[in-house]
Design a protein around this ligand. Sequence first.
Ligand SMILES: Nc1ncnc2c1ncn2[C@@H]1O[C@H](COP(=O)(O)OP(=O)(O)OP(=O)(O)O)[C@@H](O)[C@H]1O
Ligand SMILES: [Mg+2]
Length: 185
Amino acid sequence: MIARKNRAVSGGLGDHRGDVEAKDNTAYFEMSFCPNVELVSVVRRFISSVYDRLFDDADAAARVALAAHELLENAVRYASDNVTGLRIELASGGAQSVVTITTKNRASEEDAVKTQGLIREIAGEPDPFRLYQAKMRATAGSKEGSGLGLARVRAEADMTLRCDREGDLITVTARAELPAEAAHV
Ligand SMILES: Nc1ncnc2c1ncn2[C@@H]1O[C@H](COP(=O)(O)OP(=O)(O)OP(=O)(O)O)[C@@H](O)[C@H]1O
Ligand SMILES: [Mg+2]
């Protein structure tokens, strides 16, 4: 019997409401690293070996890798201290697996508000590719951060996003449902 429950997510911003959670088997790793800038390349190498272990499907592995790359980059670049948290979880049960990537970091008020606003915008957009392309056009030629990473996660990795905030602590989560055969625990 496949254990499933409907989860009504409260609080936070994003589009994970009404998610179905697969619960039979769960694999995850969770880490917090400091100093984050110095260690991020080591962490990237480690997590790519995790995708190799968990995903049988190249497309699923590529989507998760893209999302983890963007979220991790943000959680290091915009952290207001030297600490970044990362969790990657794969829950398998029945016809689907659910993968979640979560980052945690402390952030300035400005960055926290920007993240929340952007994730609200992304979650409210029915056509993620249209939003991503509009952002690409808007930032073409700009020398600042391109402001495309989160929109890209939604459009190209096809993962939904949410953001939770407790004071200056920002938690960003990307989530996707994959066919069970794409991943194994
Ligand atoms: N983990 C985070 N902590 C603090 N602020 C964040 C975080 N993630 C995103 N932000 C804020 O949201 C903005 C948009 O992030 P996004 O990844 O979409 O684009 P970017 O990082 O500016 O550019 P790109 O990812 O294209 O190089 C960032 O500029 C930053 O202000
Ligand atoms: Mg970014």
